[in-house]
Write a protein that binds this ligand. Sequence first.
Ligand code: UDP
Length: 305
Amino acid sequence: MKILVTGGSGFIGSHLCESLAKKHEVVCFDSLITGKKENLDGIGVEFIKRDIRKPFDAKCDLIFNLASPASPADYMGYPLETIEVNSLGMMNVLSNARKHGARVLQASTSEIYGDPLEHPQRESYFGNVNTLGPRSCYDESKRFAETLCHVYHEKYGVESIIVRIFNTYGERMRVDDGRAVPSFITQALEGKPLTVFGSGNQTRSLCYVGDLVNGMEKLAFSDMGFGAFNLGNPQEITINELAKTILELCKSKSKIVYSPLPQDDPRRRKPDISKVRKAVSWEPEVDMIEGLKRTIKWFRARGIV
Ligand code: UDP
């Protein structure tokens, strides 16, 4: 198969490219706005620097669309680019898929549920998103991207699988992407205070990147024409527990410092994964301690003390 991965040199994209390239011909498009070309070194994929906000023509059988800033710090820093890539870029991906008869796997996000009023979150939940908040450029444009997939399927029969990705961590996260896991690991290894926002009682459910990529592939290679699926690990922890676990695993004496919770920061987040379990028998396998150990090892090997 010839596979196009947009946003393939980012954190999740590069793991996906690495796995796909073992069996398929893989081309990666990335504007490098937040991705890093080095993530693809030695992986055996063709890299083309391209911004999918402009129309493109690429013959392929399958498109994984991961092109978008994805960490809160990144999308808040690039709000218009984020909106454009998830609207214009998504349309360009779907037009290209229509032209070449390719199917699409769209990387959506748990952010489409906003600060959820239903817990855990099932795919049938419509969400609770503030259209005027700091996260809305990402949340609303990712919601719109889902709608485009739906309309292209209804109107033109373009097949797409939407995966709503919950918090994911692992090797190749950027030290400066602002997310909790890389920030806490870097702070713990450097002996600096861990910066917990709010009370630290807000929760997240963390999935190891290898598990996530495995789920994306299982869904993309299934024979479903259209569908939306949560992908994530339902093991839920508070941010305080995450900070303490990272301190222990790094054998760090750093303290925890508290600062105000950012606006619209979701209070709870945990995926209900019964739909994907049933559809393709996917199950996350790497437990959080093991996954964090691998991630810490990778950060240490990159010279973070
Ligand atoms: N967080 C924190 N300290 C940090 C970075 C994040 O306490 O240095 C909190 C953040 O407020 C949120 C949670 O950790 O409640 C997860 O944040 P992250 O940026 O990793 O992802 P999100 O789930 O918010 O997209």
